[in-house]
Write a protein that binds this ligand. Structure first.
Ligand SMILES: Cc1cc2nc3c(=O)[nH]c(=O)nc-3n(C[C@H](O)[C@H](O)[C@H](O)COP(=O)(O)OP(=O)(O)OC[C@H]3O[C@@H](n4cnc5c(N)ncnc54)[C@H](O)[C@@H]3O)c2cc1C
Length: 303
């Protein structure tokens, strides 16, 4: 019986395990090897690790965790969670099952990209979603945004002070008159045709649209969606927020006693959505671990 099983070893799960290890709580950390920033070469906006390859960040974290005797890491997927607080059973893809008093969901999210040929190959390398993470690298350059919606206007507002110019490429459908007016007011060019395909060219990207072909330094994706990577939230019937995220309290507690969550997959109801970043995910993992430590340290009501 572990004190906690932590499902997911991105920034959220790694930090959860570190905090539990430092408090001499037993923790089993599970990793199926599917990271949201898997294709990314350099992560940014992470103090003291700005520009570090995410794979190096994870390798360093794993090496540091190996120093804590009560933390065990296994590269295997969790498939199912049964039981209740103080006795959960987590079934693993290798056929085994492990038991824990608490479970932390840190399984992250998946980016569902719009169906533009070539986009998947550029994702995380020359096509991005987060200006905080990747905007500065396009300072003074011409970029494109895929998708022409209200989210596009939001991206334009954030990227305008950084880049030289922005061309909006409609994806799948043309913008509504209302959205078009907002985008035109923002001073960007909206390409009149729907985008056909994108491809790497030199250091940048070639966008093919309506028989025309344009070169940009990089792309930001406004069309697209995010969904839970694992099905545990559904399986356990957890309370969800309009953003599609798991609802948690200040210490990562979900609506199911003993099940906590941390990282991109969860946030508090006071926020409109997850603040998806390495630091925020790690911070959420630290809070979830602190929540577990407090729960387990609390005297039993009858003691
Ligand atoms: C293109 C791109 C670029 C980004 N760049 C930056 C950046 O520069 N700076 C920054 O701060 N943020 C960046 N981000 C955001 C950052 O990647 C996420 O906020 C962060 O990775 C979230 O951490 P997490 O631990 O919640 O999830 P993840 O990092 O996605 O980790 C999820 C973990 O859960 C595991 N898992 C999933 N299902 C199971 C299962 N069933 N069993 C066992 N394990 C499971 C996975 O293997 C993985 O270990 C970027 C995101 C994208 C998409």
């Amino acid at each position: 019986m572990y004190d906690a099983i932590v499902i997911g070893a991105g920034p959220a799960g790694l930090q959860t395990a570190l905090t539990l290890g430092r408090m001499h709580r037993t923790a089993l950390l599970l990793d199926s090897g599917e990271y949201r920033n898997g294709p990314v070469e350099h992560m940014h906006n992470v103090i003291a690790s700005d520009g570090t390859p995410p794979a190096e960040f994870r390798a360093t974290a794993r090496a540091q965790l190996a120093e804590y005797a009560t933390v065990e890491l296994r590269d295997v997927a969790a498939e199912r969670i049964d039981g209740t607080i103080d006795d959960f059973a987590v079934r693993l893809a290798d056929g085994s099952a492990e038991h824990a008093r608490r479970v932390v969901l840190a399984t992250g999210v998946v980016d569902d990209l719009p169906g533009v040929p070539g986009l998947q190959e550029l994702w995380g390398l020359r096509a991005f979603t987060c200006p905080f993470c990747d905007g500065h690298e396009f300072a003074g350059k011409d970029i494109g945004i895929l998708g022409a919606s209200a989210r596009t206007a939001h991206l334009i507002g954030m990227l305008s002070p950084i880049v030289a110019s922005i061309t909006v490429f409609p994806v799948g459908e043309h913008p509504t008159e209302e959205d078009r007016a907002v985008l035109v007011a923002a001073g960007v060019r909206i390409h009149p045709e729907l985008v056909d395909a994108v491809a790497a060219e030199g250091d940048g990207v070639r966008v093919t649209t309506g028989g025309e072909s344009l070169a940009v330094a990089g792309l930001f994706v406004a069309a697209g969606a995010v969904r839970q990577r694992a099905s545990f939230a559904d399986d356990l019937g957890l309370s969800m927020l309009p953003s599609g995220s798991i609802e948690i309290d200040d210490f990562g507690q979900t609506s199911a006693p003993g099940i906590l969550a941390a990282g991109d997959l969860a946030h508090r109801a006071s926020l409109p959505g997850p603040v998806a970043s390495v630091i925020q995910s790690a911070a959420a993992g630290q809070l979830a671990a602190a929540g577990i430590v407090q729960q387990l340290a609390a005297p039993h009501p009858t003691a």
